[in-house]
Design a protein around this ligand. Structure first.
Ligand code: AMP
Ligand code: MG
Length: 357
């Protein structure tokens, strides 16, 4: 398959390109497009063959459910069994935006899209290009992140092409995304609202609207081997660079010291090491490869550049990656969640530090 690459500038939207993307989606094809979180790989969310094509293109296990993307509340109604007061409050506050809600599904939504679950995940993105493409498709668009399953999510069209060139019909290049981490996922289908994946919308932002949300155990650590996670997707290793990665936990000063020690040891063993650091700390390290994930005092910049940094280590073919940690901000929880998964929970506690949170 030849993948068609089109550039769409959100300020001067090319209507004919948008319509073409819409036709491909309506016809059962796959189109990758930017959202405010990461690039999504879109397919018709009501067409089980399109869902099967998404799983095949990504190499994604078919029990890992997809998120349906819509552009208005009217489009939500036929997809879900009920719309609770909580859903209305959260939609009013955060849609369009980086919040995914889990509902009991309506019959219309095929089990091929929900990974066999009786619930469905829905999001209304705010990115103008995403909205235009979904509107043009005239169907709810299932759109997981547009990466090969297990790799870091794409924050640029180039990342999508690295993974999916020749495997999808079209890639819409709308430039670099703004947030850089996947949406916050909250399950409101039964009982207390439960955060299944932390993201840009934090517990602190949800609290004034719905009180204290539960946080699923799988968010904080390795899900038990045989405990059934709420969503099958939560059990898979994610966001991972190719090299073995270790996250150093503790205060920035102690972390710097410990990483310097690990670098010396890697050099002695002839291993090519990379350090995932920040603009503030880069100068402290003498390392073969250094990648900055933004600025430590600006967590949004860390979120935005994290996946590009992880992919850059793959391009530089390092043998091991030593990463700083980022915990002291509301967004830090989401950043650490991705980093720990990328590292397969391989950590080193520095100084007094003994456990994550
Ligand atoms: P992504 O790969 O970023 O599209 O994320 C999809 C993730 O959303 C899945 O891996 C699940 O963790 C979660 N998800 C989607 N649908 C459901 C659902 N019905 N119930 C619980 N979690 C879901
Ligand atoms: Mg993903």
């Amino acid at each position: 398959m030849i993948t068609k690459l089109v550039r769409i500038d959100e300020l001067h939207m090319d209507e004919s390109a948008i319509e073409e993307a819409g036709r491909v989606l309506a016809g059962g094809g796959l189109v990758a497009f930017p959202t405010e979180t990461v690039y999504g790989l879109g397919g018709n969310g009501l067409d089980e063959d399109a869902a099967a094509r998404i799983y095949a293109a990504k190499g994604r296990p078919s029990d890992n459910p997809l998120i349906l993307h819509i552009t208005s509340m009217e489009e939500l109604v036929p997809l879900v069994a009920e719309i609770s007061e909580t859903a209305l409050v959260l939609a009013e506050a955060f849609w369009p935006g980086p919040l995914t809600m889990i509902f009991k599904k309506a019959e219309l939504v095929p089990y091929e899209t929900t990974g066999g679950l009786d619930t469905v995940a829905v999001r209304m993105p705010s990115h103008p290009v995403a909205r235009a493409v979904i509107r043009a498709a005239k169907v709810p668009v299932a759109a997981p992140s547009a990466n090969t399953s297990g790799r870091p999510s794409p924050t640029k069209a180039l990342h999508v092409l690295e993974d999916l060139d020749g495997r999808v019909d079209m890639v819409v290049d709308g430039g670099e995304v703004g947030i850089g981490l996947e949406s916050t996922i909250i399950d409101i289908s039964e009982g207390r609202p439960t955060i299944l994946r932390p993201g840009y919308i934090t517990e602190e932002m949800l609290f004034p609207l719905i009180g204290k949300a539960e946080v699923d155990a799988a968010v904080r650590g390795i899900p038990e081997e045989d405990a059934r996670p709420k969503a099958p997707g939560m059990k898979y290793r994610h966001y991972a660079p190719k090299a073995e990665m270790t996250v150093f936990l503790g205060s920035p000063t102690e972390v710097c010291g410990a990483i310097e020690g690990a670098l010396a040891q890697a050099a002695a063993e002839g291993r090519r090491a990379g350090v995932l650091c920040t603009e503030e700390t880069e100068r402290f390290y003498d390392a073969p490869v250094k990648k900055c994930a933004g600025r430590r005092n600006e967590p949004e910049s860390v979120a935005r550049s994290l996946y590009e940094a992880l992919r850059a280590f793959d391009r530089e073919q390092v043998d091991c990656i030593f990463s700083e940690s980022f915990e002291d901000s509301p967004l830090g929880g989401a950043i650490m969640n991705r980093l720990l998964k990328a590292a397969g929970y391989r950590t080193v506690g520095c100084g007094e530090f003994t456990s994550v949170r």
